[in-house]
Design a protein around this ligand. Structure first.
Ligand code: LFR
Length: 494
């Protein structure tokens, strides 16, 4: 078979890329066409996304794609982080500069929501974990602060849907990302209209929801002219980056929740794949999430604060003029004393602190532990705490499914951290298999290839990922030290 090329636009909270995937029917090879920085911009004390800037970079990437691959390009699709959205007027004007989910307007909005609709009812109608970043609380903050803008909204699109609109004019929301909003019903397979009505949110703004793999349209003429691309189809991947990454986990298992994944990056999303959302009281109590996956599967998982903790330390040192790269920070952590101090990575002070090093230190002080002072001590504290949190989440998830997890697949950029990979195997007591680093973009591209008829099923997608990438295995070590540390960690969670 001759090589066919798919384009994946993959935007993360820290950086974005335009990637080409060359597929020969057996293997997918990636080519990074363009990479650019991303991050929130401070606008009058609020955090916003610069979508125009991102779009400009995407156009540069698409132009490079046209130059390099021309007529071999089959289709293009966009994935990004979840929960954030763009509001369009009737005439497709963007209403307000889209917010970044870490903006402080969401603080306290969960309690406001619970005073209007009971927490258990919100869970029953959304299946989602309670996090103040969810679109629902962002919309409620908007209802309070900007009712004038909300009143003229015609359509709610999530960030990748908006880029699809820019590419082809479609005004739909893709399923996997819709399920991150906490506005989507997990069993009715539609927006949670009853709950949204109770919040007096305008239900007519929520558009049609389409499944991953749907062809949304073809490239706008003006973009063809600007980039040199042909009239290619726009095919929506699983637009939620975590959903795309889970689709590309190279597991051979199917149908059983006996393997777990960690999609590791700014966040660590840890969980299992299930056939139906789990909406029991126990799930509510554990504050786990049911996010939609490919082919109607659900991702039963929990958000753990992830490498954001280390990124925050790195940024804090940079502000002081001390520049470290991740490899240096990891080496210093490796040399530091084990289990000196531990934190609950998911505690609120770590969501958006002014200085992550100070936040970690304060937490340790407040919990009567030695205060981490050096970069090595701080990063070791972050990584050990993450691994212990993974165990804690996995124990809960296994209770919910009744299945024993036998192996953990770590995918995404965080799988490059061998120290965290080993800590994870040690803490959880099961082997860890790492890779691919590029799971998200592979999931994006291979769902497009499936729409083009080149791939048949989710298990074939995973087989192609196995054939295209190398993985590594980490066996658990030092189990008794980690057991003692885990007991200490559980005390700190109380
Ligand atoms: C990971 C991710 C998580 C989501 C968080 C915020 O990039 O998409 O799954 O909870 O970002 O959107």
């Amino acid at each position: 078979m001759s090589e066919r090329v798919y384009l994946g636009i993959d935007l993360g909270a820290e950086s974005g890329r335009v990637m080409a995937g060359r597929f020969d029917g057996t293997r997918l090879q990636l080519d990074e066409l363009h990479r650019f920085a991303n991050g929130p911009t401070n606008i009058a004390g609020t955090l916003r996304w610069n979508l125009v800037g991102l779009w400009k970079e995407i156009l540069i990437g698409l132009t490079k794609a046209a130059e390099r691959y021309g007529d071999s390009i089959v289709s293009v699709g966009v994935d990004t982080w979840g929960v954030d959205y763009v509001l369009l007027s009737k005439t497709n004007e963007v209403l307000g500069i889209p917010y970044n989910y870490r903006d402080t307007r969401n603080e306290g909005m969960m309690n406001v929501a619970f005073s209007r609709v009971p927490k258990a009812e919100i869970f029953a109608q959304s299946g989602l974990q309670f996090m103040e970043i969810n679109s629902l609380y962002q919309l409620l903050a908007m209802q309070k602060e900007h009712p004038d803008v909300l009143a003229i909204v015609d359509k709610f699109l999530m960030i990748p849907d908006y880029f699809h609109w820019l590419l082809c004019g479609s005004r739909v929301v893709e399923f996997t990302n819709a399920t991150t909003s906490q506005c989507f019903h997990p069993t009715e397979n539609n927006w949670a209209y009853d709950m949204l009505n109770k919040f007096e949110l305008p239900t007519e703004i929520f558009p049609e929801v389409v499944t991953p793999g749907t062809q949304l349209g073809t490239l706008r003429d003006c973009i063809m002219k600007e980039t040199g691309l042909g009239k290619i189809p726009i095919v929506t991947p699983p637009t939620h980056d975590t959903a795309a990454a889970v689709a590309a986990v190279p597991t051979e298992h199917t149908g059983k929740a006996n393997w777990a994944y960690i999609s590791s990056g700014t966040w660590s999303l840890i969980g299992v794949e299930v056939q139906d959302a789990i909406l029991t009281d126990a799930a509510l109590k554990m504050n786990v999430t049911n996010e939609g996956g490919v082919d109607g599967t659900y991702r039963l998982l929990k958000n753990v604060m992830g490498l954001w903790l280390v990124q925050g330390c790195k940024r804090a040192y940079e502000k002081q003029g001390r520049v470290y790269d991740y490899a240096e920070l990891t080496m210093l952590a490796e040399e530091a004393e084990p289990f000196r101090s531990l934190v609950d990575p998911n505690d609120h002070p770590f969501l958006h602190p002014d200085d992550m090093t100070v936040a970690l230190q304060q937490w340790c002080k407040d919990h009567s532990q030695p205060v981490p002072e050096t970069p090595g001590q701080l990063v070791r504290c972050a990584l050990e705490s993450l691994a212990l949190k993974y165990r804690n989440v996995l124990e809960g998830i296994q209770e919910l499914t009744g299945e024993t997890v036998e192996v953990i697949h770590i995918v995404g950029g965080g799988s490059n951290s061998d120290l965290l990979n080993q800590f994870t195997a040690n803490a959880c007591g099961v082997p860890v298999i790492t890779g691919p680093v590029e799971a998200t973009v592979m999931g994006n591209l291979l769902i497009q290839a499936r729409t083009a008829g080149e791939v048949e099923s989710l298990s074939e997608i995973r087989k192609i990922v196995r054939q295209s990438t190398e993985s590594r295995r980490f066996e658990p070590q030092n189990s008794s030290e980690w057991q003692t540390a885990y007991e200490r960690f559980c005390q700190l969670l109380k």
